[in-house]
Design a protein around this ligand. Sequence first.
Ligand SMILES: Cc1ncc(COP(=O)(O)O)c(C=O)c1O
Length: 366
Amino acid sequence: MMIKTQIVRPSITFDELEPKIRDIIKSGIYTNGNAVSTFTKQILKITQSKFCFPTTSATTALWTCLKILKITSGDEVLISDFSYPATANVVEDLGAKPVFVDVNLETFNMLPEDLLNKISSKTKAVIFVDALGNPSGLHDIKKICKKHNIVLIEDAACAIGSSERNKMCGSISDLTCFSFHPRKIICAGEGGAITTNNKNFANQLELKLTHGLKKDKSGNIDFIDYGYNFRMSEIQAAMASIQLKKLDKIIQERLNILNIYKKNLLPLGFKNQKISNFAKFNVQSATFIVTKKISAKKIIKILREKNIDCSIGTYALSSIDYYKKKYKNPLKNSKFLMDNSITLPCYENLKVKKIVNEINNIYSSL
Ligand SMILES: Cc1ncc(COP(=O)(O)O)c(C=O)c1O
């Protein structure tokens, strides 16, 4: 059987994971134990933030942030249009209206001028997406939100380890949500986290993520709110923790691969995602725009036939079936990016030359 080249593979071995799982099973503690505590401390250190809450996914993280802001029907939430549907779905689910904001064709991130056009008296929050891990332009959006007194939520599902203007993603926005899904550079199986520097938000998140439970100083508990269980488990936390220890190395290896792609593919007419001079990119994705000679979609099809997995960059939310039918306002730039982008495999020990050769072969045959 031919082995498939995946888009991403977690940087973890059975030998690294086995003793951690053994410890959990021996302790009999599967939730809220040492592994979750270690993971939480690691995220706090990496993101330089004050409060961190591990969650079951970025989707539940985003949903909980909107919930503590009491976002409901009649409210509008302004959203970067180039993202995974989860960013809009959480808004839609609460009965509020996702208002899509177009993105910059080079960085793939929210356009400040389009955001300014769409702020209204109904706007209750902005969700800025670090597209494919790129935080470029985040501080510009933060400035606008501050001026208009709007809460800034960062969908940093892809951006653990990224930073802008020397501040880590996780300590810039009012609330930041990360993902540790297997497609991300750190994998917990499934998982997420919320970080914030705001004590009031932290208190509310703690309640909402744990059934509304409050413990007093004597250890007595009561349920002072209604809430949910969206907490990460011990085994998920242990898995992510092992990789977080190697975060810098993982990013460096991904950067080396991205540079090989750039060196070989830019001469063919590929264009890479622009990272501003003020940003540090965690290389969540090796994504390129292809518009010359052959379409990105055709290259994706050919590579997949050769067992090399690849995909589009991500989605133009205003152009996917559900939102296009409901809101009837597809945006131009994000649609262009969805139609013309390709994400290539990127992970340690990847045989990147083989992929470059396959792409060269496609171009030679045109
Ligand atoms: C930008 C963005 N937001 C949210 C999500 C949802 O993350 P999760 O699968 O952890 O819920 C994803 C997942 O791909 C994403 O890329």
